[in-house]
Design a protein around this ligand. Sequence first.
Ligand code: FMN
Length: 363
Amino acid sequence: MLFEPITLRSLTIPNRAWMSPMCMYSAATDGPGAGVPHDWHFSHLAARAAGGAGLIFTEATAVSPEGRISPADLGLWNDHQERAFARVSHLLTLHGAVPGIQLAHAGRKASTDRPWHGGKPVAPAAGGWQPVGPSPVPFDDGYPTPHELTVEEIQQVVAAFAGAAGRALRAGFRVAEVHGAHGYLIGEFLSPHSNHRTDAYGGTFANRARLALEVAGAVRAVWPEELPVFFRVSATDWLTENPADERDGWTVDDTVRLAKELHARGIDLLDTSSGGNAPRARVVAAPGYQVPFAARVRAETGMPVAAVGKITDPAQAEDILTSGRADAVLLGRELLRDPYWPRRAARELGARPSWPDQYGYAV
Ligand SMILES: Cc1cc2nc3c(=O)[nH]c(=O)nc-3n(C[C@H](O)[C@H](O)[C@H](O)COP(=O)(O)O)c2cc1C
């Protein structure tokens, strides 16, 4: 099944081994190159497409400057960026992959340093900015207090997602994914752990989910009928593992409820990740540890899902699909280790996906 095509709306993706979005923290941090993909991104992404992944996601791509996780993130808020992203989608298509873009806003976890420089918050004086969030609550010790977004500013965020989606479409992308996971802005609104608002965007489930649904709706409205929109969610904050925190975490029950709402609004697939919103949460990350979350959403909503997280073995990936727990798998670090993982997996599983004519001598 890993090498069976899948059709979502009118888009056929050639297989179900997909590349998960992964930040490279490698763009220029300011000036005209800020947020613009360049040779690093082109070669990195094209190599994974040549390796046979059926759908390749760009890294979390910020919809506005202050939505970048680090100053070196990619973004899609100006023409310069749009032109470079058109080259990305062209390269991915040339190598047989469907080009996907993950649209993101980092919220209170924005303005941090590259991980290999420590990943700590970057102060405005050092080239960073004050992050924004649902409530003036820092992510962790040592993080700045975010500016609490006003309702008008929330509407600007929704508009920024729609604007970036329009640019992504013009740049040739075929799948748009809204990043609602990992404790970034949309996930911060979803979880009562980070959202302490008392207005229409906080308190009840419906209010906390309002931003997620508005962004999903705005992107869906821009994206053509015949092309799919995905949503990445953190299925749990992992706080319910700790009974003392049970009251304030986002749970898998909440995810199932959100999935139904997203599906009803035309979101085509739930990309089911977890964690990232509560630094003290205890996560037990065994192989395939997030697959049960995807399986539950699929079973209880009928919505197509992708599983992600420590999926590294072809037989493991195949089993996730044939057992009906997911419709596709996303690989992250394994594709950093081995860009040709999908072609190797196809040989191991005895599948015969199409190879580029240029590589025909090797088949
Ligand atoms: C270097 C790196 C960058 C990442 N950047 C993103 C990102 O931009 N957006 C996102 O949703 N997840 C991001 N992730 C998470 C991955 O997409 C994936 O969900 C996670 O690594 C688990 O899958 P894996 O065990 O196959 O690596 C990143 C992970 C890594 C290792």
